[in-house]
Write a protein that binds this ligand. Structure first.
Ligand code: CA
Length: 224
């Protein structure tokens, strides 16, 4: 992962570059706003560490212009300016974090890790798979093997719930509450009716039955 350090003080710049390299990053260093702006044209950065007191321009302006250039990398301001006004301004103008000098490298590295993680959330799975059953949560489509299942919206929700709980027994009242968002009514067979219809679509003749009834208890979708 590549970081950009914007810092005019050569001793601090060198120290930052070395310590962040030791923390496992590839580091580009810029000594001025102009250098930084040239670098972001050529590279994508996972995060940017930015000093406020730069020789050619104020760090706040640099931040604004990087954002205007479409830079979306999180920016951590690292500055000797300690006033509340500066901190608030930094965070309000597009900074994602603010640290004051002197600083501890371990803390800087930890904050950078957090910023990078927040900026790259893990991809959420949009598919569920249980044996040869496959459901696509975005398209709301389900297949068993190569066979597409024609499900109503409610049947799809019911199948999704069974898949999420595959291998576990789900009771009628759990289904009522979680799929229908209703309190279970004691003498209704609405769940059984829907399960019956769903099963007739999921388990065709000649296929191994996947939806099992446990009499008096509930249902279980087989996962092995
Ligand atoms: Ca400076």
């Amino acid at each position: 992962m590549r970081l950009l350090v914007i810092e005019d003080d050569s001793a601090i710049r060198g120290f930052l570059a070395r310590s962040l390299q030791e923390a496992g990053y590839v580091v580009d260093a810029a000594a001025s706003a102009q250098e930084a702006e040239a670098l972001v044209m050529q590279q994508e950065y996972a995060a940017i560490v930015l000093d406020l007191g730069l020789p050619d321009r104020d760090g706040f302006d640099v931040m604004t212009s990087l954002r205007q250039q479409g830079v979306s990398a999180p920016m951590l301001i690292l500055s000797a300016r300690r006033s509340v006004d500066d901190r608030v301004r930094g965070l309000e103008q597009g900074g994602d974090d603010y640290m004051t000098k002197p600083f501890a490298v371990a803390e800087l590295a930890a904050r950078l890790r957090n910023l990078i993680r927040r900026n790259n959330p893990p991809v959420l799975s949009t598919q569920l798979r249980v044996l040869d059953l496959e459901i696509d949560l975005l398209r709301r489509e389900a297949k068993r093997g190569q066979r597409a299942l024609r499900l109503t919206s409610q049947e799809f929700s019911l199948l999704e719930y069974l898949c999420r709980n595959a291998g576990r027994v789900v009771t009628r009242s759990m289904i009522m509450e979680q799929v229908w968002k209703m309190r279970a009514l004691p003498d209704t067979n609405v769940v059984d009716v829907h399960i019956y219809r769903l099963r007739s679509k999921v388990d065709e003749e000649g296929e191994r039955p996947l939806i099992r009834t446990l009499r008096g208890v509930g249902y279980v979708l087989k996962d092995r």
